[in-house]
Design a protein around this ligand. Structure first.
Ligand SMILES: *Cc1c(COP(=O)(O)O)cnc(C)c1O
Length: 398
């Protein structure tokens, strides 16, 4: 339907501003992603305050964890202070030890690389491909063939001698990575999958929720994510023992007792306060509504940009449903100057637009980390721009 029609607009900063304005129904200003509180948020938070249960224990934490486990189709969810903390503990529970290497895309948010570092491990950067924006699995497989070998049932980097213990796929902007191909690779190379599902609550691949594929997964409920608890995160797992340990480690490793403070190892104070979980329960009750409006908004962006030669909206990969956390336009060609001109024009008009994160391997603290060639990610960095993505924007546009 769209491909046969001749494109009438060429990619310039002006045509992009006009396209975004059309999609948003003429709205003058729009942030990149705003939180939305239209349900029981005030009632549940008020309940915490009136009963005094605002802090580290309370019924909303249990309820939030149950709702999350059900939504993500996993055995257990453990709520945490933020997504970075969830990733940190997830990596520890996956067996990551100091000195290990952990494969992760260079195209991700800083939290992924920081969490690997907190575990005492070294990020080992991996390239990304332009369909899912996630790990380029065939290229990674070929690369491991060059530099790694399986020895005594673990994957060893022949160049550094370190164990490559885990791989952390990230579902960029909510679009599911090819977890089937990645699981096969991880299996063959004896590498554990820790899923960074921070951006993909509500996304599915082959009908299976993101966050249910890895041995452990991490979610985030930061203020700009689809669902927010102010700040927050969660560890997801299908392994009951890992779930029990996740709760234990995030609650200072305190042994249950009526009054004594006994801790059986060095734990972490990473639990989510009840008042944040209360906010989260109200948000999750309205997740379907928010996701359906985001799909409407995505469909409008896709249709309107079909008329722009030189750029498209990144659509959910075949066989998946994206939560469309952040809408993204992708230019046909890498062009940093044009990208920046479009960013400037959009922001001048009051539209929250931004480039992808600076690639991890280019940041000073990670510049010396091992990396496969990352030409794909370098090109994507110069092609992608995120556009206003709040669910409410589906109510003004056409
Ligand atoms: C948001 C996010 C996280 C977690 O961030 P927090 O702010 O710590 O909740 C982790 N990874 C990715 C890719 C993210 O986008």
């Amino acid at each position: 339907m769209l491909s046969s029609a001749p494109k009438t607009n060429h990619l310039t900063p002006q045509t992009i501003v006009a396209a975004v304005r059309d999609v948003l129904g003429g709205v003058e200003r729009a942030a990149l992603h705003e939180p939305e509180f239209r349900g029981a948020e005030i009632a549940y938070v008020t309940d915490c305050i009136e009963t005094g249960w605002v802090s580290s224990v309370g019924s909303y934490v249990d309820r939030f964890e149950q709702m999350l486990a059900e939504l993500a189709g996993v055995e257990r969810a453990v709520a945490t202070v933020n997504g970075t903390a969830a990733l940190h503990i997830g990596l520890l529970l996956a067996g990551v030890e100091p000195g290990d290497e952990v494969l992760m895309p260079t195209l991700t948010f800083i939290a992924t690389a920081n969490a690997v570092s907190y575990a005492g491990a070294t990020p080992h950067f991996v390239d990304s491909e332009p369909v899912t924006l996630g790990i380029d699995v065939p290229a990674l497989d070929a690369y491991l063939g060059d530099i790694a070998e399986v020895r005594d049932d673990v994957c060893v980097n022949r160049k550094t001698g370190a164990v490559i213990r885990a791989v952390v796929p990230m579902h960029v902007f909510g679009h599911p990575t090819d977890m089937v191909a990645l699981a096969a690779l991880a299996d063959r190379w004896r590498i554990t999958v820790v899923e960074d599902a921070a951006e993909s609550l509500g996304s599915t691949l082959g009908g299976k929720p993101c966050g249910s594929f890895g041995k452990v997964a991490a979610l985030s409920f930061n203020g700009n994510k689809v669902v927010t608890t102010g700040g927050g995160g969660a560890i997801l797992t299908n392994d009951p023992e890992i779930g029990r340990l996740a709760k234990h480690l995030t609650t200072t490793a305190r042994v249950a007792h009526r009054w004594s403070f006994i801790h059986d190892r060095i734990g972490y104070n990473y639990r989510m306060p009840n008042i944040n979980a209360a906010l989260g329960c109200a948000q999750l009750e309205r997740l379907d509504d928010m996701l359906s409006r985001k799909r409407t908004l995505a469909a409008r962006y896709i249709a309107r940009f079909a008329d722009v030669a030189g750029a498209d909206i990144v659509a959910e990969p075949a066989g998946s449903q994206s939560n469309y956390w952040l809408m993204a336009m992708m230019m046909d060609e890498p062009d940093e100057a044009l990208r920046d001109a479009v960013l400037e024009a959009l922001n001048d008009q009051g539209y929250g637009a931004r480039p992808v994160w600076t690639l991890m391997h280019r940041l000073p603290m990670f510049a010396a980390c091992p990396s496969m060639p990352v030409e794909g990610a370098l090109a994507l960095e110069k092609r992608l721009i995120n556009l206003p993505s709040s669910p409410r924007l589906a109510e003004t546009g056409r």
